[in-house]
Design a protein around this ligand. Structure first.
Ligand SMILES: Nc1nc2c(c(=O)[nH]1)N[C@H]1C(S)=C(S)[C@@H](COP(=O)(O)OP(=O)(O)OC[C@H]3O[C@@H](n4cnc5c(=O)[nH]c(N)nc54)[C@H](O)[C@@H]3O)O[C@H]1N2
Ligand SMILES: Nc1nc2c(c(=O)[nH]1)N[C@H]1C(S)=C(S)[C@@H](COP(=O)(O)OP(=O)(O)OC[C@H]3O[C@@H](n4cnc5c(=O)[nH]c(N)nc54)[C@H](O)[C@@H]3O)O[C@H]1N2
Ligand SMILES: [Mo]
Length: 558
């Protein structure tokens, strides 16, 4: 068995950036540090709040830049989102503030939801979340009296063992408010990388062919077999987070890593190293040396976005052209070219050539040919011909060459018919603070760096502003532990330890520590847990139990 590592996905935005910016009367931002991680959308929301008085409710355990603009900031404990949203829905139902007409005509299973959230009174939800009961009431009132309202979420919602239920909770809330299928509404996961949406659409998910055609679906299998000829396997593959343990247990023997740095970005780095070292063979296709390349048997030099042609599909499902501006540097080649050459040789070696199948030969000479194949096999992309996307791009679904694209999903009707309310209970995170590890560690990003930092740590300007990883902790904890900003601290979990500089901040409440995974010397993933959401298979990066202590500055070696 071999694996191909791709990045984490989390569904698509139902609405578009423009209608969210212009038509929303309120915003509910939950688990998104929008100003730092999606600066353009963050700016548009700040403008909507300041210039036309849109209301903003932020639900985030930390003080983040966008919370300064909030009408109301709810600071829930990490991992308590379902209880918080159930509490808000309890108020909406108890005070009759929900959209009864939308619920009656567009949804099903309301009674079960109603029974479930009856137990989550504001007081009960306050107990779990740490958010004052009156603030939960206030949030319900703001969101119901300022509609349509857009809900935006990111990794604060998904990176939990209950990530998929957290997302369903967001959908529950928006259906109850009647905020679906309208401009300025929707459930909007702000996608992470420039092209994570595109990677998912192109079939880089283990259970889907292109654009969410199920591997398990026999009609889809027949279509792809006819197009591609003989194929290796017709079973669902593994996610990244399942591949590594499979490698540890000898069930996965070779790995092809492309544009990913698991030694920095996967949880529990000591375990990741063990898994990668258990492989018989690893290829890394990269543009720069990183912490994973030393473990590779073969490194294939790819080129960056500026050196190649193709498309990226952005957060609002818009397929846009990427254009080459400089020639490939130092003998590197476009990723598609490397894969094509590899594919041709593998097919020949494995005897998979098939003259009857139109796309068996892998003889692409330009990315446009790959898109044409995609269009032929993928209804929602069928209208995305290169000449049509030259200027502004098009949003999927775009099923024909005449179709204008789809700015808003689920207008008038959900894809599945009626929207189904999910009655959900809050469940605690996998690991909780205890006597030995009394702090909650939550991890994420800062404006100035990108993930493992392979690219951003090459920028002198960015390093000038943000040169090294820090451990952010509250004033109260710092005082109690005798820690000042700039002191060296050791943070440990059951899986590893990190020594880095402390930063005492009012961003965190007592008991909460924040670190990034941008710097190898202060790498948060040495500490994180590899507990997964059972459906999404995303790790619980947002909650781990740690302890922290000040350590003496090491004496400089002469
Ligand atoms: N500058 C920069 N921009 C980026 C990236 C980058 O590395 N650098 N990465 C891109 C990628 S791939 C992604 S996925 C996005 C990520 O974008 P975001 O998800 O916005 O970024 P994160 O820092 O992971 O965390 C989001 C927020 O979740 C909060 N949070 C922590 N625990 C919880 C919780 O239990 N519940 C809730 N509701 N919130 C919680 C954190 O305080 C934080 O404000 O950013 C993208 N944009
Ligand atoms: N603790 C903690 N861990 C996390 C997260 C968190 O919030 N907390 N967030 C998770 C999330 S949401 C994400 S998306 C992941 C990101 O994790 P990764 O994807 O592993 O992180 P990157 O640093 O973006 O790695 C991208 C690599 O691709 C290379 N690259 C860039 N452009 C190209 C190209 O065109 N071709 C090729 N072949 N290579 C290229 C870069 O040099 C870099 O080495 O991290 C996850 N890990
Ligand atoms: Mo991401």
């Amino acid at each position: 068995m071999t694996g191909l590592v791709t990045s984490f996905g989390s569904g698509a935005m139902t609405n578009s950036i423009a209608d969210i910016a212009n038509d929303a009367q309120s915003y509910f931002i939950i688990g998104s540090n929008t100003t730092e991680q999606h600066p353009v959308i963050g700016m548009k929301i700040r403008q909507a709040v300041k210039q036309r008085g849109a209301k903003l409710v932020v639900a985030d355990p930390r003080n983040i830049p966008i919370s300064e603009f909030a009408t109301l900031h709810l600071r829930q404990k990490p991992g308590s989102d379902i209880a918080l949203i159930n509490g808000i829905m309890n108020v909406l139902i108890a005070e009759n503030l929900y959209d009864a007409e939308f619920v009656a005509s567009r949804t099903e299973n309301f009674d079960e939801l109603k029974d479930k959230v009856a137990a989550y009174t504001p007081e009960a939800a306050a107990e779990i979340t740490g958010v004052p009961a009156d603030d939960i009431r206030e949030a319900a009132r703001i969101l119901s009296s300022n509609r349509p309202g857009a809900l935006l979420y990111a990794m604060g919602i998904t990176q939990h063992t209950t990530g998929h239920q957290n997302v369903m909770s967001c959908a529950n809330l928006q259906m109850l408010l009647g905020n679906m299928g309208v401009p300025g509404g929707g459930v909007n996961p702000l996608r992470g990388q420039n092209n994570v949406q595109g990677a998912c659409d192109m079939g880089c998910l283990p259970n889907y062919y292109t654009a969410y055609q199920r591997v398990a679906d026999e009609a889809a299998q027949a279509k792809f077999k006819a197009a591609w000829g003989k194929v290796g396997s017709l079973q669902n593959g593994l996610t990244v987070t399942e591949m590594l343990p499979a490698a540890e247990h000898g069930k996965l023997r070779a790995l092809f890593v492309m544009g990913e740095n698991p030694m920095m970005s996967d949880p529990d780095t000591n375990h990741v190293r063990k898994c990668l070292e258990s492989l018989d063979f690893m290829v890394v296709q990269e543009i720069l040396p990183n912490e994973t390349t030393p473990l590779a048997d073969v490194i294939l030099p790819g080129v960056s976005f500026a050196e190649k042609e193709g498309t990226f599909t952005n957060s609002e499902r818009r397929v846009q052209r990427v254009r080459q501006v400089i020639p490939p540097q130092g003998g590197a080649q476009p990723d598609y070219w490397i894969l094509t050459e590899l594919g041709k040789r593998l097919r020949a070696r494995l005897g998979l050539d098939d003259a009857a199948a139109p796309y068996a030969a892998w003889n692409y000479t330009a990315p446009e040919q790959v898109m044409d194949e995609m269009r032929a096999l993928t209804p929602s992309y069928a209208g995305m011909a290169y000449p049509r996307i030259e200027e502004k791009g098009l949003q999927w679904p775009c099923p024909t060459l005449e179709h204008p694209g789809t700015p808003i999903l689920h207008a008038g009707k959900f894809a599945r018919g009626l929207g189904h309310f999910m009655a959900l209970d809050w469940q605690p995170p996998f690991e909780q603070p205890d006597e030995e590890y009394p702090f909650v560690l939550t991890t994420g990003r800062v404006l100035y760096h990108w993930h493992g930092g392979t690219m951003s740590r090459h920028s002198e300007g960015l390093l000038g502003i943000y040169p090294k990883g820090k451990v952010e902790l509250s004033h109260a904890d710092a005082k109690r532990l005798g820690i000042a900003s700039g002191d060296l601290v050791e943070v440990s979990s059951r899986r590893g330890q990190v020594v880095a500089e402390a930063e005492v901040t009012d961003k965190n409440e007592a008991g909460l520590i924040f670190m990034t995974f941008h710097f190898p010397d202060a790498a948060a993933n040495l500490l994180t847990v590899r507990a997964l959401d059972p459906v999404g298979k995303i790790p619980e990066y947002k909650v781990a139990a740690v302890k922290i202590r000040r350590i003496e500055q090491p004496v400089p070696v002469a």
